[in-house]
Design a protein around this ligand. Sequence first.
Ligand code: FES
Ligand code: FES
Length: 160
Amino acid sequence: MTNFQNNKISFSLNGRKIEQEIPSSMLLIDLIRDQLKLKGTKPGCLEGECGACTVLVDGLAINSCLYPAINIHGKTVTTIEGLSGGKNALDEVQQSMVNHGAVQCGFCTSGVVMAIKSFQEQCNRNNHKPERNEIKKSLEGNICRCTGYVKIIDAVEALF
Ligand code: FES
Ligand code: FES
């Protein structure tokens, strides 16, 4: 049954504290794109299959098209707009994607970057240099319709 009751949530978005009234049924992608007007998170399949909508919640990559917005109360959300290498520079993941020509139409790119970011942070936390097959596995949830996978994997490998 659809619940239209509004709820007040507070959370951190890209380092900024946000308080927002949302319907219980709202999905995180709609909160991010429609209410907060951050359009870098892309709606693709809206069924949890393509990864275009990937954002970080408490550092972990999730599909925002399936994630209830109400569940981010008290949590930290990072979208592609929250990444930065400082002084207007690209984040190192973004820069590596550029360096390796890993962006074609770009539709999958923000989701791919966020998935890589989560993977990179987990590897760094464990002082782990991933093998190429682990990198491939970490990208299984992200579909690139331009099929630029080899260059994306090269871009990730160069981070370690
Ligand atoms: S739009 Fe969310 S997984 Fe495809
Ligand atoms: S670059 Fe076009 S979908 Fe990946």
